[in-house]
Design a protein around this ligand. Structure first.
Ligand SMILES: [Zn+2]
Length: 255
């Protein structure tokens, strides 16, 4: 019953209106049940919930779009959605790919170029649970299934805290590494931790990317700055409330 209720809220009246005004770009991370002890369980969407969300979108007439379409999108009367995954987790390949294919959706995974085949070191060093990142052959499997990849920098640092030389290496270096490894153009960038500034944004453009994703909430039209794309965290309103409560409780209990 609760699942049905959440599913309604996921694509309720307000969301439908918003999604027809501009292209929604959804943010996901892991497709799995959250491991015990994770700091942010809301970065995990279970396979059944993910399947339900795609089914809800498909039933409402939405089909898969790509980040390349943002520039031509004056509104979203064509009812497209873009699905993005940050970090390149193996659980997306293992649990999410068949669901995407089943519902005829495509997605882009933003890969941390120097950490391919390792784990989420940027979280682990702060005491979070380790999650496996796809290795080269697993990324090839993802691509062979008709899915896309983009860059999520070289090592997932907060780019807004780096000097220009370091930032350039993260933005240009990750693009070159991914292109050399997989033999395809890397056209889209996603700011790690959602952090950027005008210097970082301009380097992304200079490197030859076509778009860059932020973590700002909203949909996108041809009027949206292409290196400042908005995204929507894929939670129902009910989960949003739980997430806010979870954050407040963590702050209150932090010593
Ligand atoms: Zn990330």
């Amino acid at each position: 019953m609760l699942d049905l209720f959440c599913s309604e809220l996921f694509l309720g009246f307000a969301q439908r209106r918003l999604f027809e005004r501009g292209l929604p770009v959804f943010t996901y991370h892991s497709i799995a049940a959250p491991s015990v002890g994770v700091k942010d369980p809301f970065l995990y969407v279970t396979p059944s919930r993910f399947s339900q969300q795609l089914e809800t979108l498909a039933e409402a007439g939405f089909t898969s779009g790509t980040l390349d379409e943002v520039a031509q999108n004056r509104n979203n009367r064509g009812k497209k959605v873009v699905i993005t995954f940050d970090d390149g987790y193996l659980n997306v390949l293992d649990n999410g790919l068949k669901i995407l294919l089943q519902h005829k959706f495509r997605a882009i995974q933003f890969i941390v170029a120097d950490l391919i085949g390792t784990r989420n070191e940027w979280d682990v060093k702060h005491g979070d649970i380790a999650e496996a990142l796809m290795d080269v052959s697993q990324i090839r499997e993802w691509l062979a299934a008709g899915q896309e990849i983009g860059s999520h920098s070289s090592t997932h640092r907060n780019l807004s805290k780096l000097n220009q030389v370091e930032a350039r290496e993260q933005i240009f270096g990750s693009k070159k590494k991914l292109e050399d490894t997989f033999g395809i153009p890397i056209r889209h960038f996603c700011y790690p931790h959602g952090k950027w500034n005008p210097m970082i944004r301009d380097l992304v453009g200079e490197a030859g990317y076509v778009t860059a994703c932020t973590t700002e909430f909203g949909v996108n039209t041809s009027a949206t700055a292409k290196f400042e794309l908005n995204r929507i965290f894929c939670l129902s309103e009910y989960e949003m409330m739980r997430k806010t409560r979870h954050r407040i409780m963590r702050k209150l209990t932090r010593k």
